[in-house]
Design a protein around this ligand. Sequence first.
Ligand code: SF4
Length: 332
Amino acid sequence: MSTDALRIENVSKRFGEQRPTLAMRMGLSAPKPVVHALENVSLTIRPGEFVGLVGESGSGKSTLGRIAAGLMAPSEGHAQIFGRDAVRDKAVHRDVQMIFQDPQASLNPRLRVDQAVGEAPLVHGLTDRAGVDAYVAGLFRMVGLDPAMRTRFPHQFSGGQRQRINIARALALKPRLLVCDESIAALDVSIQAQILNLFMDLRRDLDLTYLFISHDLRAVQHVCDRVVILYLGRIVEELPARDFAGGANHPYTRALLAALPDLGQRRKPWVAIEGEIPSPIAPPAGCPFHPRCPLAFDRCRVERPTMQTIAPDHRSACHLNDGPAPKKESHA
Ligand code: SF4
């Protein structure tokens, strides 16, 4: 049995927690509000898998991505990359690299891009001073850039080219897992398609595993094997990407899909999800989606649904998987 590329077990993350001070204990000052960014999240990614993580802004996607990349410690639970602790085991940090949304902000404007790309492999001994130029040129070719451009500065590249440079920099340490956090969101649509194709080519050529964080459901459906849906810091559904559009089970996933504008059908109504995602400072009791769910019934307001396997590779957390709502109970 091969080791999982990523194993996240019962991970919770809270921001703003503080030890009670004397003033607090004496009732002279109130504790600051705590943000519950993630709550008891478990997720496994097998080697070579391309897994999409979707959800609205504020759902906790980026926090989960940083924990998966070993950049942030969970408040509770464990994250392992290829069987080793994602935070404490420094040796594992080369195995995972993160690619961020803003290609401009990710590069130092005063550093030539060959220096930006070549710095880490030099430090880690993957190349030496004599070989670093050829090493960087090889990475440029790998991400579809002309190696002759490698001595330029970041402002001399387009947005799409800058993102390719960031990908080259991530690949420079020969990672096995890439965490892409909205890494196509800042690009033009035509460039997005090119970067998605690059990700798929790299997966094939380098045997890479991906956690692909995006709010672009079409992109996720196009490139991913499996889709995980996060709502208010909780995974509410997990299913194969091929079933995403037609076989979603959870009312939140279905609402996300219904809110997608269909460019082919001009008259199709655009169904916005009711309300806004609640504050993670005071998450609702019961099902976190109940204040916005058109199918909510009494049980949803008091009892948190658990993840259940409803089909092979398909899990969902909704009380309706136990049977229809009792008739006498009114929907919200
Ligand atoms: Fe809606 Fe209830 Fe299912 Fe939550 S558990 S998604 S509120 S029906």
